[in-house]
Design a protein around this ligand. Structure first.
Ligand SMILES: [Zn+2]
Length: 370
């Protein structure tokens, strides 16, 4: 993916929300501890009688413990949640993809990884569709083998949600200082989103959301990252563009779509991306509310961001499914993306299980409250 043209001008400043939120978390504990005695002082000033010391101590203890619990939840220290999403499993799915080597179009690694992905989807989904076609790169000449996979969960349900991620890795490390022409591992950019979707499929296989009234379609799209800045924006997301014109089921549609891209980095920040707000504002609101309810607001600040050219754009503009992009956009970054973006540093060392867990739990909460 790449930054859209309006990035700087459209970027809305944070309004210091995150700073005050962190400050709140930092001071929350002592404030909770103090609030018991402070309340009692007000009570006394209002003419009340002093409560027994034991009662005050109990209040201090309870509020302190409550505060610690809240703080722990906010930072998401746990790696396995009660709802079944397992970050260890998602991490292993990421590592498995990376172990194939860069999943570059026309490479043996592409074929091997596609076979493995198809196998995993078949294990967890009711139906699997495989599209293997040839697309033309942005240079207008290079033929690229493109393999899209779609896993369908609960095909009978009429309410449908589309979840997607690209699984190919970038053939160049054009943002690196060394070995610019070599393909990258793409642990975060490609493998992480795909891994979270596989783990979600594993969790959902026995518990379709919405008490069985909602079906989920998982699109693992190929050839997203073969684009170049000197080519047009349409040189990106070639697999998804093909799927949009030729969906796995004729006339396919869904009430909402969620794209995952770079969802494995440490302390990731998922702000509200521009095209997501433009085309799918209600989906943005629902997903960010789900993140808050699942205790992951620290990863999902309610801050507006610029426009990213990514797989969700054709899904919105060609398929007309309101689709958002959940993508790591750090606040202080020269490129707008994480420091490892399109470099050889995008390897397993940047993958953090806490982030995978936060994303997985947010999606599960969203799906289970539709
Ligand atoms: Zn990329």
């Amino acid at each position: 993916m790449r930054k859209g043209k309006n990035k700087e001008s459209s970027r809305v400043k944070s309004k210091k929300f995150e700073f005050f939120y962190c400050l709140f978390l930092f001071i929350n504990h002592p404030v909770q501890i103090l609030q018991g005695p402070v309340r009692h002082l007000f009570y006394l000033a209002a003419g009340g009688r002093l409560c027994p010391a034991g009662f005050i101590m109990k209040r201090i203890l309870i509020s302190g413990l409550f505060s610690l619990l809240l703080t722990g939840i906010a930072y998401g220290r746990q790696t396995t949640g009660g709802n079944g999403f397992n970050a260890d499993s998602a991490y292993a799915f990421t590592a498995r993809q990376v172990a194939f080597g860069p999943r570059v179009p026309n490479s043996p690694a592409q074929l091997a990884c596609a076979a493995w992905l198809g196998q995993k989807l078949a294990q967890y989904c009711d139906t699997v569709y495989r599209q293997q076609v040839t697309v033309t790169a942005g240079d207008g000449a290079t033929s690229l083998r493109c393999i899209n996979l779609v896993g369908v969960i609960n095909p009978a349900a009429t309410r449908r949600i589309l979840l997607l991620a690209h699984w190919d890795s970038r053939p160049w490390a054009d943002r690196d200082r060394k070995k610019k022409k070599q393909a990258i591992d793409g642990a975060d950019d490609g493998a992480s989103g795909t891994a979270v979707l596989l783990e979600l499929a594993r969790v959902l296989q026995n518990s379709a959301p919405g008490r069985g009234t909602v079906g989920v379609d998982i699109l693992l799209a190929d050839v997203e990252d073969y684009g170049k800045d000197e080519w047009q924006d349409a040189s990106y997301a070639l697999g998804t563009q093909y799927w949009c014109h030729n969906p796995h089921v004729a006339g396919y549609t869904a009430e909402a779509g969620i794209l995952l891209d770079m969802v494995g980095g440490s302390k990731a920040r998922f702000p509200m991306e521009g095209f997501s707000r433009q085309y799918a504002s209600p989906v943005v609101d629902a997903v960010w509310q789900a993140a808050a309810a699942a205790g992951h607001s620290a990863y999902f600040p309610t801050e507006k961001e610029g426009y990213i050219t990514d797989d969700h754009v054709p899904v919105n503009t060609i398929r007309h499914i309101p689709t958002i992009d959940m993508i790591h956009l750090p606040r202080h970054s020269e490129t707008g993306f994480p420091e490892h973006w399109h470099t050889h540093r995008d390897n397993m060392s940047v993958i953090d299980k806490h982030t995978l867990q936060a994303v997985g739990e947010t999606l599960l909460y969203y799906l289970r409250h539709l």
